[in-house]
Design a protein around this ligand. Sequence first.
Ligand code: ZN
Ligand code: ZN
Length: 304
Amino acid sequence: MNEFSVTILGSSSAIPTSTRFPSAQLVSHNYKLFLVDCGEGAQIQLRKNQIRFSKIHHIFISHMHGDHFFGLIGLISTFNLLGRKMGLHIYAPMEIEQVLENQLHVTQTKLNFAIHYHFLDFNTRSLIFENKELEIYSFPLNHSIPTCGFLFKEKAHPRKIKKSVLSKYAIADSKFEGIKQGDDFIDTEGNLIPNDVLTTAGNPRKSFAYCSDTAYSKTLSSYIKGVDLVYHECSFMEDMRKTAEEKMHATTYDAAQVAKEAGAKRLLIGHYSARYKDIKPILLETQSKFANTLIAIEGLKIEV
Ligand SMILES: [Zn+2]
Ligand SMILES: [Zn+2]
């Protein structure tokens, strides 16, 4: 089974509290790190969680509201002070380039490393990153300015060869890779042995979806069907539905509804308004509609 986890660095909405930071999460897949949103103070939270800065090469920014990217220039500046040479990939709305380049220009900061910008498409689901084991997609959300969510989805795991068949059919090592990918096998007498006789299914593909700021969206669930863990913002409780709709944010019931429609196994909520001193009622109200709900708090690490 692959290592796959999400660590909460910031659980607050736009205004931080004495204990809650603006949005940021760290996704780790086989110890490769992906920073998702970078609210103010994200670098302090990375320090608290003992995350090595030199291991972060990919940063995803969902939209251009400050509570999702005001920590970025500080983090980039720290990378530079630490002597970083490796390039940094930023997946974000196109305006991010102008903001960062202006900040670097007026502070006369010359970076020792390159920033590679990848601009988001707000119209459709798009594959924006892949390696051997993982695909990352962006998908459109329903907020007051163009906003994307991100889906982290493992690629299909190779099938597992049954131990009992190795000696039975005298399978050479050189055939293993093909059989794991679904090939049949022809034995020394020319008989074809079908793949399902030789193998069992590989580990299930795990997935995590990050639904940043958004009002309820009927189409959202179609982008993240069958997801194992979905993070959905939940700025307000149900009694503030009118405010939530005006600000194009979600309530407890909205988050639960999306999790249900997506067929998600677990729901993680966050981005609470600063008005909520106690977040327990937010969790209970969401659980009344979707039982398998977790509540984001700073430092919480969840295995996907
Ligand atoms: Zn926000
Ligand atoms: Zn926003």
